[in-house]
Design a protein around this ligand. Structure first.
Ligand code: HPA
Ligand code: ZN
Length: 327
């Protein structure tokens, strides 16, 4: 049985497997620029973050109805449970859908139909993190937050994703302030392709509690010390880093160094349908590539629950499961 874990960096749109994309395209009469599942899989070779995002946004076009979003989330939950996931904090990108004319309500009601009783049906507790697309305007992010207001009981936090370089966290200071006033927690992608200064900016200006990716923190030893001291979690995504050429190959991945420095790093899958594996494959991949010890693996499992937005009794229940696991 895989180790019990929380997944904290998972874009639900990034779980769209080619087979489901084709099935939804057919059901919805949507055009896909690929003749077959094989041809689509062949397109999963990326130069950088932007070349991935171009395909990722193109494929979202097949997601149109509540049922589509429900089926997408159901497929993820089934898969996640088999991988030992006990708790998932799931990103969604409303602007990728509202910009195509799909109402916010369709997206969130569809996802919620799968997540509402995920604990009873799949044995996984879940929550949603609403991400703003940082290459769109701050006004668009504010409009999106306003659309989310009737649904705040389904959303635990706001996040920031999409093309990083040239879109520093400070651009979204106002929308994050508003989100925190509404009682939402805050995270942001930073230090994936962007410089370490974006990590500091996300902490200082947006008030985030967790950094998504953050691997470039290692370029700034003073910032490393700060993240260690303040126990700021980093949701690291090894397969994503290799596929998007943030890191040359898995054996060069800095995860082991990050753990040995005392950073509160976790392992996650980001966009597993595109990057060659779900969270357990990411974990096994780095275990082998970096010769991780059982102590590293226990630390990663504990970190995943310590970094989660869980109430203390639930977190402690999950940590007890990790403590009982034989690594
Ligand atoms: N980075 C930025 N935006 C994204 C990602 C990512 O890894 N995945 C989906 N949107
Ligand atoms: Zn991501």
């Amino acid at each position: 049985m895989p180790v019990p874990k929380a997944e904290l960096h998972l874009h639900i749109e990034g779980t769209l497997e080619p087979e489901l994309a084709f099935a939804l395209a057919e059901r919805n009469g949507a055009e896909l620029p690929f003749a077959s599942v094989e041809e689509l899989r062949h397109a999963y070779r990326f130069e950088d973050l932007q070349s991935f995002l171009d395909l990722y946004y193109r494929l979202t076009d097949v997601l149109r109805t509540e049922r589509d979003f429900t089926e997408l989330a159901e497929a993820y939950l089934r898969r996640a449970r088999a991988e030992g996931v006990r708790h998932a904090e799931i990103f969604f990108d409303p602007q990728a859908h509202t910009s195509r004319g799909v109402p916010f309500a369709t997206v969130i009601d569809g996802l919620w139909a799968a997540l509402r009783d995920s604990e009873a049906r799949h044995g996984i507790t879940t929550s949603l993190i609403l991400c703003f697309l940082r290459d769109l305007s701050a006004e668009s992010a504010l409009e999106t937050l306003a659309e989310a207001e009737p649904y705040l009981d389904r959303i635990v936090a706001v996040g920031l994703d999409s093309a990083e370089v040239g879109h520093p966290p400070a651009k979204f200071a106002e929308v994050y302030r508003r989100a925190r006033e509404l009682g939402l927690r805050a995270v942001a992608h930073a230090g994936e392709e962007g410089p370490p200064s974006y990590i500091a900016e996300a902490l200082d200006i947006l008030g985030v509690e967790r950094i998504d990716h953050g691997v470039r923190v290692l370029e700034d030893p003073i910032l490393v010390q700060r993240l260690v001291r303040d126990r700021i979690p980093l949701t690291v995504c090894p397969f994503s880093n290799v596929r998007l050429r943030v890191i040359d190959q898995l054996t060069d991945h800095p995860l082991r160094r990050m753990l040995d420095l005392g950073l509160l790093a976790t392992v996650n899958s980001d966009d597993p349908a595109y990057f060659g594996g779900y969270v357990e494959e990411n974990l096994q991949g780095v275990r082998k590539a970096l010769n991780l010890t059982p102590t590293h693996l226990r630390t990663l499992a504990r970190n995943s629950f310590e970094a989660a937005f869980l109430d203390i009794p639930t977190r402690d229940r999950y940590l007890a499961e990790v403590d009982a696991y034989s690594f």
